[in-house]
Design a protein around this ligand. Structure first.
Ligand SMILES: Nc1ncnc2c1ncn2[C@@H]1O[C@H](COP(=O)(O)OP(=O)(O)O)[C@@H](O)[C@H]1O
Ligand SMILES: [Mg+2]
Length: 237
C-alpha cells in the first residue's frame, strides 16, 4: 500500500513541477497516472523512488514513511521502478541482468526466481546468453520488468513501458501487467497513451501541469467527457 499526501517538488528549490499531489494506491491492483507530455508524471515517480532533488509532503509505503529515504532503502522496502528508457545493463547478458535484479538473495532463492521469470518471459529464456544491448526494444523492456520482478516487489512502478515499441509488442506487454498484479505486486503505471492506461488499470489519476486534475475508477474516467475530449480525441456531443 502506497499513499502520497500533498506532495510538491521539482528539480530546483522553489520551482515546483508537481504541486499538492495526493493519491492512494489502496488495494487497487493497477493504478494509472495519465497526462500529456511534460505534465510531471516522471517527476512524481522520481519523488516516490527517492530520486527527486527536493520535495515536500509525505509518502507512506506499507505503514512506513519513505519520504526522505535513499533510493536503495526504498527498494529494500519493496518498491521497484522501471524507468523511462528502461535501463538494463547493455553489456551484460540477459541472465546477468536478472541475477543483478536478485542481488541480496541467497543463491538458491535467486535461481528459483530466475526460473520463474524465464517461465514468465519465454522470449528471454531463448536469449539468456545474449547481451541486453542486442535485444529488440520490446525484449529489453521485458528484461527490465523481469529484472524488477526478481525482487518480488510489493509495488512495481513503470514509467512509460510502451515508449518506442511496436503496437503488437505493446499489446503483449500490457497483457502481462494484470498477471503481475494478480501475483501480488501492485502496479503504479505511467502511460502517455491515456486510453490504454485507463483500460489496463482499475483506478487512475489524471495529472495536468503537475496537479491532480481528476481521479477515480478507470472505467468511469474512460466515459468522462473531459477525458474523452482532452486525451482520447473524442469531441463532446
Ligand atoms: N532533470 C530535470 N531537470 C529540470 N527540469 C526537468 C527535469 N526533468 C523534467 N523536467 C521538467 O519537468 C517538467 C515535467 O517533466 P516530466 O515529469 O518528465 O513530465 P512527463 O513525465 O509527464 O512527460 C517538464 O517541464 C520538464 O521540462
Ligand atoms: Mg515522463
Amino acid at each position: 500500500m502506497l499513499s502520497i499526501t500533498n506532495l510538491s517538488g521539482g528539480y530546483h528549490r522553489g520551482a515546483a513541477i508537481v504541486e499538492g499531489v495526493t493519491l492512494d494506491l489502496g488495494t487497487h491492483r493497477i493504478m494509472s497516472i495519465v497526462g500529456s507530455n511534460g505534465a510531471g508524471k516522471s517527476t512524481l515517480l522520481r519523488a516516490v523512488c527517492g530520486l527527486l532533488p527536493w520535495y515536500t509532503g509525505t509518502i507512506v509505503l506499507d505503514g512506513e514513511r519513505i519520504d526522505g529515504q535513499k533510493p536503495h532503502a526504498i527498494v529494500r522496502r519493496g518498491l521497484r521502478m522501471v524507468s523511462e528508457g528502461r535501463g538494463t545493463f547493455p553489456g551484460q547478458t540477459v541472465l546477468e541482468n536478472l541475477r543483478i535484479g536478485g542481488y541480496g538473495l541467497g543463491q538458491q532463492e535467486r535461481e528459483k526466481r530466475l526460473e520463474r521469470e524465464l517461465d514468465r518471459f519465454p522470449r528471454l529464456r531463448e536469449r539468456t546468453q545474449q547481451v541486453a544491448g542486442m535485444l529488440s526494444g520490446g525484449e529489453q523492456q521485458m528484461l527490465a520488468v523481469a529484472r524488477a520482478m526478481m525482487g518480488d516487489p510489493r509495488i512495481l512502478v513503470l514509467d512509460e513501458p510502451s515508449q518506442g515499441l511496436a503496437p503488437i509488442i505493446v499489446d503483449q506487454l500490457f497483457e502481462l501487467f494484470p498477471r503481475l498484479a494478480a501475483s501480488g505486486t501492485q502496479i503504479l503505471l505511467v502511460e502517455q497513451d491515456v486510453g490504454r492506461g485507463l483500460e489496463v488499470s482499475d483506478h487512475a489519476v489524471v495529472i495536468e501541469k503537475g496537479r491532480v486534475k481528476l481521479q477515480g475508477a478507470s472505467r468511469e474516467l474512460l466515459d468522462d467527457p473531459r477525458v474523452q475530449e482532452a486525451f482520447l480525441g473524442l469531441a463532446s456531443p
